[in-house]
Design a protein. Structure first.
Ligand code: GLA
Length: 675
């Protein structure tokens, strides 16, 4: 934490000043050559622990209060930080979350470390972590007890607890909001801020009141906070990550060196999202200059997890000294373009495809604000390759995927022209059926490229036929080469998603370039003839705010269990239990008609807020409920889906919920189809 300057009540001038200082530093560093690029501490620069977003580990998303949360784990993570190069990549803090202490304080009012989990004690643990060149963090709550209820909180014990932390060698405190007895947040967080400062130790102060009191508005930094949570807890699902991204991305103007928006810790590696979604999670957090706190047990992480968390080019975007949080250039139809200005004058540009199908997302150098130039260097931070474009910044991005570029207004030297490979997902096909695929090569570069070829690869047993030429001798700047294909799913293919890979090859500036795009075909079968419960039919896709959509049960609670679907006291044996905002898609193949369900908030839902239930037949809304709250009885929804290829069920939260879990039920949902 850093003592705020009382003569600086406004935040924005400070931000401008910080930006100006960073720009001046960047200019000086450039002039002095690459060796001087990193400013030395004490050289007149602001020198605080959180000049860039904190990076490290926190156990909560991996263990909660489970048995795995212990000394072996924490020491193991510290070892892996060093062994796996994560420390070199910038990860520094090893933070313990809730449940590290005994239920009661000792007779002197001091916190007692749980001896079963941490038999060697915290001094030894801190020494171990420090001996590796890493830093040590702990957690407690600005209330009478922590959120799990298992540990005492620090309300009324601030000075003593802060001193105890400092004596142990703590470098980071996460300070939560539970059991706060209604004392105003500012007062509670100021008390701990003062107490930490009084210890004289440099301790990063992480304020965790879930955005309830708009901590970004200024008070959190005034009380010494280095970062502040902006939302309630992230869970390990694409829906949760997405909604937190959407809330946090709007707060860009409030983030900067020494005071960061915190959209919560990383879920990368925990298994509830695909690697494509985890790459998006990591990319978006880096674009938003978010703290990067690894939340998975690295002792059993996959290579893909290490590759994501260890991507130093994406980390550099997060850690850029200017400290800007990305601005939204365009949020159109879930095709997001974000830009983040970097200290060296270049921009990081992220193209994030929120939707469930591959799409081309495009912007250009002007829209980003780059200096006018005939040529731009565009570096793909996941592919680790550099190309040259004449100004277009584009990519075909798989469903839920993100492409991150670093773009600079300068000659790309010998880098090849940027030719993009394009195509769209095959969508839903029945076994034995053929689907058409258009695959393109788009030359966004300045120069003509040669020997262009496009190829399509499908899993074994699938048929792939080109119906046009697949090779072109040359492709001029600004031109598109289009190829058409017919892709046939084998008879008897099992329902599920299959990868179809488009490969583009071309020659540019004497180099041979190969680029891939992975598309999806989903093999589907329509529901059986007659009337079926939708909970007995396989969906094509399901996106849920938290956890997985449940069949014949309400959505999972925080403790990971759930009860029967219950609306206004009525228990339903059948149905879908979701958490709003959610979306479940079923394939109908044009063979179904009547849909019916009783919709409403489950009795286990909590938090304020309303949910609207909608039924979409292909692109058309065919039924919708009123905005329903927990006080409303179930509403009957019926729709005619005749002829529709698929149905999409959405339960959308109005966003007024704050902390909450809006369990939204499709009770007794049925569909009637032809045999
Ligand atoms: C709250 C916080 C979480 C975690 C838990 C611990 O929910 O927001 O990040 O610290 O408490 O109980």
């Amino acid at each position: 934490m850093r003592t705020p300057n009382p003569s600086r009540p406004q935040r924005s001038p400070h931000r401008r000043l910080a930006a100006a200082v960073a720009l001046a530093l960047a200019a000086a560093a450039l002039a002095a050559g690459p060796a001087a690029a990193k400013p030395e501490p004490g050289g007149g620069q602001p020198d605080t622990a959180a000049d860039t977003p904190p990076m490290g580990f926190n156990n909560w998303n991996a263990t909660q209060c489970g048995e795995d949360f212990n000394e072996d784990m924490i020491m193991g993570i510290a070892d892996l930080f060093v062994e796996k190069g994560l420390k070199d990549a910038g990860y520094e803090y090893i933070n313990l979350d809730d449940c590290w202490a005994e239920y009661d304080r000792d007779e002197n009012g001091k916190l007692v470390v749980n001896a079963e989990r941490f038999p060697s004690g915290f001094e030894a643990l801190a020494d171990y972590i420090h001996s590796k060149g890493l830093k040590f963090g702990v957690y407690t709550s600005a209330g009478t007890r922590t959120c799990s209820g298992d540990m005492p909180g620090s309300l009324g014990h601030e000075a003593s607890d802060a001193q105890q932390f400092a004596d142990w060698g703590v470098d980071y405190l996460k300070y939560d909001n539970c059991n706060n007895q209604g004392v105003p947040a500012e007062e509670r967080y100021a008390a701990m801020g003062d107490a930490l400062e009084a210890t004289g130790r440099d301790i990063v102060y992480s304020i965790c009141e879930w955005g309830d009191n708009e901590p970004w508005s200024g008070w959190a930094e005034e009380v010494g906070g280095d970062l502040w949570r902006t939302t309630f807890d992230i869970s390990d699902s694409y829906g949760s990550m997405l909604s937190i991204f959407k809330d946090n991305v709007e707060l860009a103007e409030y983030a900067g060196p020494g005071g960061w928006n915190d959209p919560d810790m990383l879920q990368v590696g925990n298994g509830g999202m695909t690697d494509t979604e985890y790459r998006s999670h990591f990319s978006l957090w880096a674009m938003m200059a978010a703290p990067l706190l690894i939340g998975t047990d690295l002792r059993d992480a996959t290579d893909a997890t290490y590759e994501i968390l260890g991507n130093e080019e994406v980390i550099a975007v997060d850690q850029d000294r200017l400290g800007e949080q990305a601005a939204v250039v365009s949020p159109e139809d879930g095709l997001w373009v974000l830009k983040k200005r970097l200290a060296d004058g270049s921009y990081a540009v992220a193209l994030f495809n929120e939707t469930g199908a591959a799409q081309t997302i495009a912007t250009d150098a002007d829209a980003i604000g780059l200096r006018r130039s005939g040529s731009y260097q565009i570096r793909d931070l996941w592919e680790h390759e550099t190309y040259e474009t004449a100004g277009t910044i584009a990519a075909t991005v798989p469903a839920h995927g993100t492409v991150v570029y670093k773009v600079a207004a300068s000659h790309a030297g010998s880098s090849p022209a940027d030719v993009q490979v394009g195509g769209s997902d095959l969508g839903q096909v029945e076994a034995g059926d053929a689907a058409a695929l258009t695959a393109t090569a788009v030359n966004n570069g300045r120069t003509t490229v040669e020997s262009v070829s496009v190829d399509v690869d499908a899993p074994r047993g699938w048929d792939v036929d080109a119906t046009t030429d697949t090779r072109a001798r040359t492709l001029k700047s600004g031109r598109t080469f289009t190829t058409e294909w017919e892709v046939t799913a084998p008879d008897g293919a099992a329902p599920g998603a299959y990868e179809i890979t488009v490969t583009l090859e071309y020659k540019s500036k004497g180099k041979r370039v190969e680029r891939d795009l992975v598309l999806t075909a989903v093999v589907v079968e329509p529901p059986p003839g007659g009337t079926s419960y939708l909970s007995d039919v396989d969906w094509v896709s399901a996106v849920n705010e938290s956890g997985e959509v449940q069949r014949d049960a309400a959505a999972l609670g925080f403790n990971g269990t759930s009860g029967p679907i219950t609306i206004g006291g009525t228990v339903y044996e059948k149905g879908l239990g979701t958490v709003a905002t959610s979306e479940v898609v079923y394939y109908l193949g044009g063979r179904c008609g009547a849909f019916a369900a009783d919709v409403g908030l489950d009795d286990s839902a909590f938090g304020t807020g309303a949910v609207t239930f909608e039924v979409w037949a292909d692109g058309e809304k065919v039924a919708a409920s009123a905005a329903l709250t927990g006080d409303d009885a179930a509403a009957a929804l019926a729709a005619d889906l005749t002829g529709a290829s698929s149905v999409r069920l959405t339960a959308t939260s109005d966003g007024s919920g704050g902390i909450g879990r809006l369990a939204a039920d499709w009770a007794d949902a049925t569909i009637t189809c032809a045999a």
